[in-house]
Design a protein. Structure first.
Ligand SMILES: [Zn+2]
Length: 93
């Protein structure tokens, strides 16, 4: 029994409030992991490929991007409890 209109499962981020297996490209403040690169530990805004997955109990996010200076592949991951991070609002635009 569902109260949602046809075609709406209730799992949509707008309804459920959390992203599931979402893949986006977004501008994030990142720095390069290559200690020979001029961007090493120098944060700048780069277009990052972000994949998000998780549940209402734990969210995970992986960032991947290629450094524009040395072209090395960088990655970063984090996880958090959505209940502890109620101000986090992914931007799906
Ligand atoms: Zn670099």
């Amino acid at each position: 029994m569902s109260n949602y209109p046809e075609g709406v499962t209730g799992n949509e981020p707008q309804i459920a409030g959390y992203a599931h297996d979402t893949e986006i490209e977004d501008d994030r403040e990142v720095c390069c992991n290559n200690d020979e690169c001029k961007a090493f530990e120098q944060y700048s805004e780069q277009t990052v490929y972000v994949s998000q997955y998780g549940s209402r109990y734990e969210m995970n996010e992986e960032w991947e991007w290629t450094c524009p200076y040395c072209e090395s592949h960088n990655s970063f991951s984090r996880s958090w409890d959505p209940a502890d991070d109620v101000e986090y609002e992914p931007d799906f635009d």
